[in-house]
Design a protein around this ligand. Structure first.
Ligand SMILES: *Cc1c(COP(=O)(O)O)cnc(C)c1O
Ligand code: SF4
Length: 467
C-alpha cells in the first residue's frame, strides 16, 4: 500500500480513519526513516502483542524527531522491551528461521499464554446472570452500583495502547460470547437489580460504534425509565485517539444527538475519558471535540494508568490534570498498571507510584484533586496506596479500598510492610498477622461462586454483608 499524507484542515476537513498495523506499518515514511534494526524489533514484538495506530496518532500526536522516546510512540508502537528476552528470542528465531504463518501463530500463542491473559479473576468471578439463569457474557457486575456492558460492536479501538490488559481480545484469544438481544438483556438485568445506579459502556472502545448502533442501546436504556438508574457512563479513548468521532465523522452529529437525548432524559452522561499523556490534549481537534461533548450536557472524567516509559513523571501529571480542568474535564483515577501482558516493561513499583501521585497531587489546585490513586484494580477491589507512614518506628504502606467486592470494604484502611519492589497487591505482606483482613472473606466469595451458589448480585453471598 502506498502512503498518502492525510490532508488536515481543521476548519473544513474531515479526515478518514486510516489504521496502521503489523501488515502495513512499514509503508509509513516515518517508519521507513528508522533504522532497519529498530523496525524489525517492532515486527518481532508486533507478532505477539496487538498493535494498531492511526493517521491522527502518527501525524498529530507523535513527535517523530524524538524516537524512540516519544511517549505516544511508545504507547502505540511495539517496543523490544515489551517482551521478556526469552520470549523475544523465541519469536525472533521463528521469524528469522522463515517460519510459516501457522508456526508463527503457534509461537505467538505459546508466549501469550505465559503473559497472564486473565488477571483479577475477570472471566470467572464477574459474569452475571438473569433471574432465569441466562448467563450474560457481555456484562460484568463486580461493584454493587455499576454494571459494565460490552456491546459486541465495540470490541476494538481507534488505536491500541501497548499496555492494554484487554489484549487477549484483540489477538482473538478471548472469543467473547455475545447474546443476540444484548440491549434487551442489559435492560432486563438492570431492572432486576435495584442497587445498580450506573451502566458503564466499555469494550474495546464503545465510541468505535456507529452512532446508529450506539443509539439502539442508549434508546433502550432511556425508554426503560428505570427509576434506580441514574448514570450512563462511556469508557472511551476516542477523544485522545480519534477526536473526529465528535467533529467530522459522518455520524458525529448523530452521536452528539444521542448524548443529548441521554442527558435530556434526566440521566447523567459521564464520559470516562482515557488520557495517558498531556500530548494527547494538545491538538485543536481534541479541544474542539471536548467542547462538543460537553455541550451535550455530558461530564468528562479522566483516567489513566501510570506507565514507565510513557508518563512516570509527576510534573507531567500535574500539568495534565491542570490542563484537563482548564478544558472542563474532571480528573478521576490514576491506576497502577495491572499484572498482565508487558507489566515488566510498564510497571511502576507501588512506593514510586505513590511518590509520583503525591507530588503531582500537591502541585495542583483543589479543583484537580478530585483525582484518586494510585489504585490497583485487583481481585478484591480497587485498592489505593494512600500513604507511607511510620508507626512505632516501623515504616509501612497505608492502603484502602476505593471499591470492594464486598461494598463494606470501601474506605477501610489497612497496612502493609514497606516494600520498594512491590508492584502489585499480591507482592505485599500485612503488617500484622499472615493475611489481610479481607482475604478469608474473598476466599469464601470465590468458593461460593465456584460452587455455583452464584450470587448474581456481587457481595450478596458474603458472610459479613449488611442488608
Ligand atoms: C473501576 C470499575 C468500576 C467503576 O468503579 P467506580 O469507582 O465507580 O468508577 C466498575 N466495575 C469494575 C469492574 C471496575 O473495575
Ligand atoms: S483504548 Fe482502552 S481498550 Fe483500547 S487499547 Fe487503549 S486501554 Fe485498551
Amino acid at each position: 500500500m502506498t502512503y498518502q499524507e492525510t490532508v488536515w484542515d481543521d476548519a473544513a476537513g474531515s479526515p478518514a480513519l486510516k489504521s496502521y498495523t503489523l501488515a502495513n506499518f512499514r509503508s509509513l515514511p516515518q517508519i521507513e526513516a528508522l533504522p532497519e534494526q529498530a523496525v524489525s524489533e517492532m515486527e518481532v514484538v508486533g507478532n505477539v502483542l496487538p498493535f494498531k495506530a492511526n493517521n491522527y496518532v502518527v501525524e498529530r500526536l507523535i513527535d517523530w524527531s524524538d524516537i524512540p522516546n516519544d511517549p505516544i510512540f511508545v504507547l502505540t508502537f511495539p517496543q523490544r522491551g515489551m517482551l521478556k528476552p526469552d520470549h523475544y528470542a523465541k519469536m525472533e528465531a521463528a521469524l528469522e528461521g522463515g517460519a510459516g504463518k501457522e508456526e508463527i501463530a503457534r509461537v505467538a500463542n505459546e508466549i501469550r499464554l505465559q503473559l497472564n491473559p486473565h488477571p483479577a479473576g475477570q472471566m470467572e468471578l464477574n459474569v452475571p446472570a438473569l433471574r432465569d439463569g441466562t448467563k450474560l457474557y457481555g456484562m460484568q457486575h463486580k461493584y454493587k452500583e455499576t454494571c459494565l456492558f460490552f456491546p459486541s460492536q465495540s470490541q476494538t479501538c481507534h488505536a491500541y495502547c501497548s499496555f492494554c490488559f484487554r489484549w487477549p481480545q484483540f489477538v482473538g484469544m478471548d472469543e467473547m460470547k455475545f447474546a443476540m438481544k444484548e440491549g434487551e438483556q442489559l435492560v432486563q438485568y438492570v431492572s432486576e437489580h435495584p442497587e445498580i445506579t450506573d451502566i458503564l459502556f466499555t469494550g474495546g472502545d464503545p465510541m468505535i460504534m456507529k452512532a446508529r448502533i450506539f443509539a439502539k442501546y442508549a434508546d433502550a436504556i432511556i425508554e426503560s425509565r428505570l427509576p434506580h438508574l441514574k448514570t450512563v457512563r462511556i469508557g472511551t479513548k476516542a477523544l485522545a485517539y480519534w477526536p473526529y468521532k465528535f467533529l467530522t465523522d459522518p455520524d458525529a452529529e448523530e452521536m452528539l444527538d444521542v448524548f443529548n437525548r441521554i442527558t435530556e432524559s434526566g440521566l447523567h452522561l459521564a464520559f470516562m475519558s482515557h488520557f495517558n499523556h498531556l500530548n494527547e490534549l494538545s491538538t485543536d481537534a481534541v479541544a474542539a471535540a471536548i467542547k462538543k461533548v460537553r455541550a451535550t450536557g455530558a461530564q468528562i472524567r479522566t483516567q489513566s494508568p501510570l506507565l514507565a516509559h510513557i508518563n512516570d513523571d509527576a510534573q507531567m501529571w500535574g500539568r495534565m490534570w491542570t490542563k484537563q480542568v482548564s478544558m472542563g474535564c474532571i480528573p478521576y483515577y490514576m491506576f497502577v498498571v495491572r499484572d498482565t501482558g508487558a507489566q515488566h516493561y510498564f510497571g511502576v513499583p507501588l512506593v514510586r507510584a505513590y511518590d509520583i501521585f503525591s507530588r503531582a497531587y500537591s502541585s495542583v489546585s483543589g479543583l484537580a484533586r478530585t483525582v484518586r490513586g494510585p489504585s490497583m484494580s485487583a481481585t478484591p477491589g480497587k485498592v489505593q496506596v494512600s500513604g507511607v507512614a511510620t508507626i512505632g518506628g516501623q515504616k509501612m504502606l497505608v492502603l484502602r479500598f476505593l471499591q470492594g467486592r464486598n461494598p463494606d470494604w470501601a474506605h477501610t484502611p489497612f497496612f502493609a510492610e514497606y516494600d520498594e519492589d512491590a508492584i502489585w497487591l499480591d507482592d505485599l505482606r500485612p503488617v500484622e498477622g499472615s493475611r489481610f483482613f479481607f482475604e478469608d472473606e474473598l476466599d469464601a466469595i470465590k468458593a461460593a461462586k465456584q460452587a455455583g451458589r452464584d450470587g448474581t448480585r456481587p457481595g450478596q453471598d458474603t458472610p459479613k454483608q449488611k442488608d
